[in-house]
Design a binder for this molecule. Sequence first.
Ligand code: DON
Length: 575
Amino acid sequence: MKFNNCWSYTIFFLLPCFCSAQSFVGAGKAVDPYQLNIVKEQQYSSGAVVSAHPIASRVGAEVLKMGGNAIDAGIATQLALAVVYPGAGNIGGGGFLVAKMKGAKAIALDYRETAPGKSGRDMYLDANGRAQTDLSQNGHLASGVPGTVAGLFASMKWAKLPFKTLIAPAILLAENGFCLTAGEAEKLNDRAGSFKKYNTVLPVFVQKRWKKGDTLFQKDLAKTLRRISDKGSAGFYEGETARLIVAEMQRGKGVITLNDLKSYRAKERPALIFNYKGHEVITMPPPSSGGVLLMQMLKMVEKRPLAGYGFQTAKSVQLMTEVERRAYADRAEHLGDPDFWKVPVSTITSDRYLAKRMLDYDSTKAGSSAAIGAGTVESLETTHISIMDRWGNMVSITTTLNGTFGSKTVVGGAGFLLNNEMDDFSLKPGVPNMYGAVGGEANAIAPRKRMLSSMSPTILLKNGEPYVVVGTPGGTTIPTSVFQTIINLVDFKMSPADAVNKPKFHHQWLPDELQVEEGFSPEVRKTLEQMGYTVKTYGVTGYASTIGRVELILYDKGKLVAVGDYRGDDSVSGY
Ligand code: DON
């Protein structure tokens, strides 16, 4: 759709001057920032990108068309999302990238935020030892040291195109503006109160009441992106941007220092790799809990006749729920940043251990978790990007500010939002975070430690060949959403679109309740209640009631089938 109230420009992709004139690509039909054409499913022959926003997916696809590989497209798409999807796309947050480049070893890159040097395990407890979740969720003290920009530069190791080419579309989108979708306009309006409350300099987001088709300009963000383009990682972690971040911290009683920023490093970790029914699953190890949980859950169902039980029958949902309960109980006890806590990954994913975990499984009634108060459910937003290119390279990236718009604090003069990732630590044993997840010592706060995540960027190979790239946002529901999408494809043999769009359900040990999406069968719900489950419809009034927003690409007989979740503005692009 073209919006008449917007002036128009087109982003041409321009390689630096040492390249020939042929390097201009897509002239006249490259990315149009006023074209909000959401495409949910499409087949491509050469390359595909799925992300939370149609403009960002187009940016990634254009990079593929001009000869970039899936890593190049991943970098450009993340940067574009930081502009057009400020609720979760970011440079002030962190993320994980899992990739399998043709013929090479799997890659797992960790650019999760870290606790600032001046943080401490009790920093969010008041004098009476009560957890102050407003401080871990909103405003300056909620932010971990951002990792995204370090992650982008660490990914350049596998890129083909110059960084300046990959960041150029984001700079133009920030400087010259882009049209808001209805959903994005509404989200900005909803948060106007928070933006006023948690900022020392009013951000552009509160300029007006937004409506679909309005143009959002982000001039300060454009300047920050230009500094990154000119100076590389130092354009963010040092110099003017770092100075602006620290000045913002000082105005708002935050604790991130110049030294915290300068010493931040992204880390390559050994990818977590296992087999599920003949598929090689490649996923993220700690400090995300996502890969370990995914492996535990898939292994606990692998030898049981799930397909025979049928999709979302009481029998299959009950089994998967009990598996989820056990995996999430382990998460609370055993998982944390492996640089600070000995995470027993091989033990808790071993066949022996998992078989033992299921010994007390009873298929006739609900299991039980110890009772504990539920956490408040906030609006949730992270974002996932799935990419495959013409060479068979596969990239899966999940990146986040944590809650929607993170801490809601925009760095004055630098135009980007900071994360509220500190809330992913366990503030105190037994105190639930904003996803209702509890934890203990393994995930206690310590300076420079990475907070435990659930993000699960994942890749599947079949007979050693590319098969699936998958991932989703959704806080603690991420591992269950990826688990259920894989089960839908492998066990229930669903089409890619059904595997993504069918209703989901979620159990995370505590609170001891089964959460189901609207659309989940009322009869199955009733049967499960009769078995002793407390079943709740997912979400709270006024917020989204959906579980995850899965972005999937499946390679089948020479075709790339790309699917963006129906649950948002998610959109596919490719060629
Ligand atoms: O790392 C994590 O697990 C969370 N910070 C992710 C947050 C999230 O997925 C919110 N999205 N819907």
